[in-house]
Design a protein around this ligand. Structure first.
Ligand SMILES: [Zn+2]
Length: 156
């Protein structure tokens, strides 16, 4: 057991930095600085997201991981635009993040599980709000209504 854990943490430490494959023609490579970290090391290959901002696999993975850590399961672009007065804010679909961040199998699993858990938590929040709305309406009308899923849909 102990050996297994030690081997795994060793593996994580030795993980090579993720890089784009220059030969992969499906990426649009750019020679600009990273719009997430503002890193401009010319040795790092960066690619353009659908919104036009430049990322590297490392910066994109770290940014999206930080969003998940904050309970956000929608991935939005943090790049500054209009001279730094506004953020881009464009939502990237997960498939784009998965590709552009070059997510490993274990990262994909972790991302997908986190997104599913956060989305489910949000759904329950929304449902409990609907129940409160229905109760107020039915009380004020003094109409006894049993709250079912279909009546919830009608109420909202
Ligand atoms: Zn953007």
């Amino acid at each position: 057991m102990y050996r297994k854990i030690a081997a795994r943490s060793n593996e994580m430490q030795q993980r090579p930095e993720k890089r784009y494959d220059r030969r992969n023609g499906t990426f649009k490579f750019v020679n600009r600085r990273d719009d997430i970290t503002l890193d401009d090391d010319p040795a790092t290959l960066r690619a353009e997201m659908s919104c036009g901002h430049a990322v590297s696999p490392e910066s994109l993975t770290a940014w999206c991981q930080s969003l998940l850590d904050q309970g956000q399961y929608k991935f939005t672009c943090p790049a500054l635009k209009d001279g730094g007065n506004q953020t881009c804010g464009k939502e990237w679909p997960y498939v784009e993040v998965r590709k552009m961040a070059v997510l490993t199998d274990s990262e994909q699993r972790h991302f997908e599980e986190s997104m599913a858990a956060l989305a489910a938590a949000n759904f329950h929040e929304y449902k409990s709000v609907s129940i409160i709305v229905c109760e107020i309406i039915t009380t004020s009308l003094i109409v006894p209504v049993s709250i079912t899923v279909s009546s919830l849909i009608n109420c909202t």
